[in-house]
Design a protein around this ligand. Structure first.
Ligand code: HEC
Ligand code: HEC
Length: 563
């Protein structure tokens, strides 16, 4: 029975966390404080077994083989402890980790994966105990006296000081010359050409990290942590060690460069209200029109749609950036998100089904065989607005509203964008719950237009629509001055995403802010002047009264005094 309960909580934990919130693991890996390591004797191993069988087995497997009951739904997969191959180490490539390394990882968790942090749930002693136990899965390796990991600890000096600009420039050169871009891409978004073929040592697909999302680095994105990863490599993955091929100085330089790629460190503008900028004249049609530069940009986190079947725990897209412009007649949204590959082919559900993918799988097993082959589904993005926004204070259900609270959708699809026979790539749809797929509006109500383009691992899409239509309450109507609820859905076709298998945001708000008219500046100025004149008058009057009062008190003067 307890087994069953831990399995259930494991499922919830594993699948819930695979949604992967930024900053879940706190702090950097090397910064984790490690106390004195106790002796990991057989008593510790036994105590560790109890911890493992309560907390770890449903992901990592009863026998430590990384194949617990939850594992088939997780990506990346839990570590197979029999292989004794660890990503996060301070030891040279191919070496076993120090106990202290395991302690850091277990305490802090692994960002961007379902591996939780245990620093707040397990005592220090329990963490050492469970380390003793997971080492026992590969006891022959860990106890081999010839293969002594303690000989091969990476010596780490201090990061170079001096002209930061110069170091970053040198780092960028190392990134080029050491061919990091072949995997990580020239724009470092993980879009390199080798990406689609890469697998880890257990033959599961693995993507090169998007280096512009520092909060998702497995081992932290401080300069020191990145230096450590580049020096040691991530064992069990295609990410090599550069301890032999790059000098220490070059490794520091490229580490500084990589750490600089996410300057905001996840601290992007994540306000809930997106301020729309009102412009005079035409709205831009070009994706890179300078008019966009003035529009405030909000970065919106996305999670997997995990409320309705088929649930989706591992969306590829983790955030979307949004800007809004509008004029007297129209609104335009510019949406941008990272996606390593442009999937522009129309949906091929038949082929997907043939390869073992049912659109209805509640928790689809990931990567059964090579489902990452492209061409199943196109990339897409969608804006969701309550049909009757402003009427009720209660927002519609986050996933496509309900029959009582329908939502309108403006959907851009990559296959339509590249289909020469299709007039334009945006469709307006209506949804009212998840029982039925969203339905396209009638042709005369298809007013939204748009365009999209993929460059260096990033989509940029514009969606435009008239503020108001001729169909009154049957369609979304917008007005200057309004605050309108809005949400976003993104599909990465190459990640098997289609329908409810999507990344989604919670509700945000667009504020169609009215420009402050010049007359209101004048009114403010005028009221300041009036206030000043009034106060001045008041002071003069009170003074003269006070003076008169004083004089009268002393019996001098009369009511004529003020003359
Ligand atoms: C919800 C699932 C889940 C649970 C529960 C879980 N892990 Fe993990 N763990 C993972 C995943 C997934 C990875 C692999 C992450 C990766 O490859 O980047 C992992 C990796 C690891 C690693 C490898 C680190 C490295 O450097 O490669 C260790 C050690 C580890 N887990 C220990 C534990 C311990 C100890 C527990 C229980 C106290 C535990 N895990 C519980 C999912 C889980
Ligand atoms: C052969 C392909 C390949 C090459 C070449 C490569 N990487 Fe990687 N790199 C990867 C993969 C795959 C991962 C992801 C590992 C994972 O998911 O755990 C990765 C992960 C990383 C990480 C993230 C570590 C973390 O904590 O999550 C950094 C930083 C990094 N690479 C930097 C570099 C730099 C700098 C270079 C060049 C000096 C480079 N890589 C060259 C494939 C490569």
């Amino acid at each position: 029975m307890p087994r069953f309960i831990t399995l259930l909580s494991g499922l919830a934990l594993g699948l819930g966390l695979a949604g992967i919130a930024p900053g879940r693991a706190s702090g950097q890996w090397l910064e984790v404080r490690v106390g004195d390591r106790p002796i990991l004797d057989t008593a510790m191993v036994e105590a560790g077994r109890a911890v493992y069988e309560e907390r770890c087995w449903f992901c990592h497997g009863e026998d430590g083989d990384g194949d617990g009951p939850v594992a088939p739904y997780l990506w990346p997969r839990p570590r197979d402890f029999l292989m004794a191959s660890f990503k996060l180490r301070t030891t040279a490539s191919g070496e076993l980790p120090l106990d202290e390394d395991l302690y850091r990882t277990i305490t802090r968790g692994i960002p961007g994966t379902s591996m939780p942090e245990w620093g707040s749930t397990l005592t220090e002693e329990e963490r050492w105990q469970v380390i003793a136990y997971i080492k026992s899965f590969a006891a022959d390796l860990f106890e081999d006296e010839v293969f002594d990991p303690y000989q091969q600890i990476v010596e780490r000096g201090d990061p170079p000081r001096g002209g930061a600009e110069g170091i970053l420039e040198s780092g960028r050169r190392v990134f080029e010359e050491a061919d990091c871009w072949e995997c990580h891409g020239a724009a470092a978004r993980g879009e390199g050409e080798k990406g689609p073929e890469l697998t880890d040592d257990s033959d599961f697909p693995i993507w090169p990290t998007n280096l512009t999302r520092g909060w998702k680095f497995r081992g932290g994105n401080s300069v020191e942590d990145v230096y450590m990863r580049i020096t040691t490599g991530l064992d069990g993955t295609p990410m090599p060690s550069y301890s032999e091929t790059l000098s220490e100085e070059e490794r520091w330089q490229v580490a500084q460069y990589v750490a600089s790629l996410d300057p905001e460190g996840g601290g992007r503008n994540t306000e809930v209200v997106i301020s729309a900028l009102r412009v005079d004249g035409e709205l831009p049609t070009e994706l890179d029109d300078p008019a966009w530069e003035g529009a405030p940009e909000v970065s919106i986190p996305l999670t997997g749609q995990a409320t309705f079947a088929p649930r989706w725990q591992v969306p590829a897209v983790t955030d979307i950036s949004v800007q809004v412009l509008y004029n007297a007649d129209e609104v335009a949204l510019r949406l941008a998100w990272d996606d390593r590959l442009a999937d522009t082919l129309a949906a091929d559900s038949a082929r997907a089904a043939k390869e073992g993918w049912s659109a209805d799988d509640t928790y689809p097993v990931l990567y059964r065989d090579g489902f990452r082959a492209r061409g199943f589904f196109p990339d897409a993005v969608e804006v969701m607005i309550p049909l009757r926004h402003g009427v009720s204070r209660v927002l519609p259900h986050m996933v496509y509203g309900s029959s009582g609270q329908p939502v309108d959708l403006w959907r851009w699809e990559a296959d339509l964008q590249y289909d020469p026979d299709h007039p334009q790539p945006v469709t307006e749809l209506r949804a009212g719950g998840t029982q039925h797929p969203p339905e396209a509006h009638a042709l005369e109500s298809q007013l939204a237009t748009g365009a999209g383009d993929w460059q260096d691992g990033r989509w940029t899409v514009i969606i435009r629509r008239p503020l108001s239509t001729d169909h009154g309450a049957r369609e979304v109507q917008l007005e200057s001055g309004q605050i309108v609820p809005i949400a976003f859905h993104v599909w990465d076709g190459g990640n098997g995403e289609t329908g409810l298998r999507m990344a989604l945001s919670s509700w945000y708000f667009v504020y169609l802010r009215e420009p402050i008219p010049l007359t209101s500046y004048f009114v403010v100025l005028l009221s300041v002047v009036i206030a000043c004149v009034f106060q001045l008058g008041l002071v003069v009057w009170m003074r003269s009264r006070a003076r008169r009062g004083l004089l009268l008190e002393y019996g001098i003067g009369s009511s004529k005094m003020s003359e």
